[in-house]
Design a protein around this ligand. Structure first.
Ligand code: UDP
Ligand code: MG
Length: 192
């Protein structure tokens, strides 16, 4: 590669060698490499529900995903309207609890988070726990912060196929980002 560099980039817990070149101060990867890097990680969709937002658990929940090595590829806050909820919950729109779910889900803004990582769909579902918060184990997001089967802190995609559909539902193409994790930070401490 002309003016090529060989750089090590983080991938999962290790590093892999990549061809790259400098463009001014920017390190550019060839298009094929960027596509390869994208393919190696799955992206899934998480919604932080109204009980998470009004219960001030947004940071706590996102912290758990970051601690599990997920990369935030997109993040946005909005009020979920009736049409969007009917589409998102089409698989349960005919259930008797749906009107209550709709009221709950539109009671405050929600936050959509696009998370990339190895085996993202399954790992995120493990971190959040089962639908019913009362049956979710301590240490899971729903087990620690959820109230019941409806008020359960988060939504997460349940398959790669649905993740693709849901990411498109909540994010415009320009709102999802691909970037290398270039900086390492020290463990957190809090000023007192
Ligand atoms: N839900 C509910 N009552 C039920 C089942 C589901 O209120 O008996 C709500 C709950 O908020 C759940 C959402 O509907 O998160 C979507 O249901 P799903 O079965 O897809 O569960 P999830 O994928 O969120 O675990
Ligand atoms: Mg579901």
């Amino acid at each position: 590669m002309e003016d090529g560099l060989s750089v090590y980039v983080r991938q999962g817990k290790g590093f892999v060698n990549r061809e790259a070149r400098m463009d001014g101060e920017n390190l550019l990867f060839p298009r094929a490499t960027a596509a390869t890097m994208r393919r190696e990680m799955d992206t899934t969709l998480v919604l932080l529900k109204p009980d998470c937002v009004s219960g001030r658990k947004v940071g706590e929940v996102i912290k758990r995903f970051e601690a599990a090595d997920f990369q935030i590829r997109g993040l946005k806050m909005f009020v979920a309207g009736a049409e969007l909820l009917r589409e998102h919950y089409a698989h349960i729109a005919d259930k008797p609890f749906f009107p209550e779910l709709e009221t709950f889900m539109s009671s405050t803004p929600v936050i959509a988070v696009a998370l990339a990582g190895d085996n993202a769909v399954e790992r995120v579902r493990t971190i959040i726990g089962p639908t019913d918060s009362k049956k979710a184990a301590p240490g899971t997001v729903r087990g620690d912060f959820g109230v019941d089967v409806m008020v359960n802190i988060v939504h997460a995609s349940d398959s790669n196929e649905n993740a693709a559909i849901e990411l498109e539902r909540f994010f415009a193409p320009g709102e999802l980002f691909d970037y290398a994790m270039r900086y390492e930070t020290k463990p957190a401490t809090v000023a007192s």
